[in-house]
Write a protein that binds this ligand. Structure first.
Ligand code: ADP
Ligand code: MG
Length: 368
């Protein structure tokens, strides 16, 4: 928490919009731009290390370079009296975690709209800049008063740096939020690509459509293990919301395959499947590697003769270029896998049970 915030140059702070572990977001008048903006201020107490500051700068730069209606855009970054902050487009609306706490669950059509909007925005970010958000969750998805869905908080985002010789330097800061994190982010030994966000979006949509998290009632560490554990599967969403379509549940199942090689591989595939669900298409049952979701498929679909086809490895599109100024956290050191096998018991153990962004407080709009 900031002990005392000095008046920031050319900004008139109007009120707090949200507060996280590392930063606070304010609504403000930008006196130079002559418009309302949101200002994200890095907490100035002891917690802000050099690496935090570097990540904060990278977040602002990435948000200014990716210019897409579906991703909140940042304008200026500045440091005043030791306080780092950046201004960004103000989203006159709310985030979906706040909405969920009011409505318990969202309708399938709203979830499909969120899915498609985020898929289009992240398809752009991935294909053009190699950007993986790494922290997709209802908190970080907003909707404005025109109904435009916008992704915010690129604080953990990663720019893909696949090296042809197979040597990958995985930055230390790649993590996520336990309830929605992809298995590969938990393991931490491979570089995350667009498929990590595809998993987290589906985990978010499961929560939004049913009002329940994939693996509720667990502590952070056990939740992260559950994403990786082949025997841990969430219930069919129709257990809670019988009105959800089979196609919608199959879409989530395909996005939630634990082994990313068999997961829905690209945002284009997610969009196509979304459109098919909207049109009421029934899919063939997915066979092969375990998903974090277990479905009770109807008999007519189960009888399909294509069932026996082996699961094929999915093709992932490679990004065209990288974000220009990306900060590489952690210097040259290579990150150790977070999940290791205990030689004695043969069980998986989590080496670094570090959870980032585990909670957030949001001020609800007054007219709710
Ligand atoms: N541009 C914005 N306009 C309006 N509200 C915002 C904006 N950015 C963030 N918020 C609100 O502040 C909350 C926290 O912002 P976020 O960038 O996610 O910070 P953190 O990194 O601390 O999670 C969001 O969930 C949202 O409710
Ligand atoms: Mg956030």
């Amino acid at each position: 928490m900031n002990k005392k915030l000095p008046p920031l140059p050319n900004l008139e702070l109007l009120g707090k919009l949200g507060e996280g572990g590392m930063s606070t977001v304010w609504k403000a008048n930008d006196l130079l731009r002559g418009e309302t903006v949101a200002v994200k201020i890095l907490n100035s107490d002891l917690t802000a290390s050099d690496e935090d500051i570097a990540l904060f700068k990278a977040e602002a730069r990435t948000m200014s370079e990716i210019q897409h209606i579906g991703i909140v855009r940042s304008y200026d970054i500045n440091c005043y009296e030791g306080i780092w902050y950046y201004t960004m487009e103000y989203v006159d609306g709310y985030n979906f975690n706040a909405l969920l706490s009011r409505k318990q669950h969202l309708h399938e059509s709203d979830c499909l709209l969120i899915c498609e909007s985020i898929a289009v925005a992240l398809d752009y970010a991935w294909n053009n800049f190699g950007v993986v958000h790494c922290d997709i969750k209802p908190d970080n998805i907003m909707i404005n008063t025109d109904g435009v869905i916008k992704l915010t908080d690129l604080g953990l985002c990663h720019t893909f740096q696949y090296l042809k010789d197979g040597m990958r330097d995985i930055p230390d800061h790649v993590m996520g939020t336990p309830a929605y994190i992809s298995p590969e982010q938990v393991y931490g030994d491979i570089e995350p690509d667009c498929r990590a966000d595809i998993y987290s979006l589906a985990a978010s949509l499961y929560h939004l459509s049913t009002g329940r998290m994939l693996f509720p009632g667990l502590g952070n560490e056990d939740m992260m293990k559950a994403h990786c554990d082949e025997t841990a599967q969430a219930k069919d969403p129709r257990t809670y919301r019988p009105d959800l379509s089979e196609g919608f549940c199959q879409l989530l199942e395909a996005m939630l395959v634990k082994n990313r090689d068999y997961r829905l591989p690209s945002w284009k595939d997610v969009c196509e499947m979304c459109l098919a669900v909207e049109q009421g298409v029934a899919f063939k049952p997915r066979k092969g590697p375990v998903s974090s979701l277990s479905l009770n498929l109807s008999e007519s679909v189960q009888d399909d003769e294509f069932d026996e086809e082996p699961a094929e490895l999915m093709h992932v599109p490679e990004p065209k270029k990288r974000v220009f100024h990306f900060f590489k956290g952690g210097g040259k050191k290579k990150r150790e896998p977070q999940i290791q096998i205990d030689p004695e018991s043969g069980k998986k153990i989590l080496r670094k049970p570090k959870a980032v962004n585990a909670g957030f407080k949001v001020n609800k709009p007054v007219d709710w």
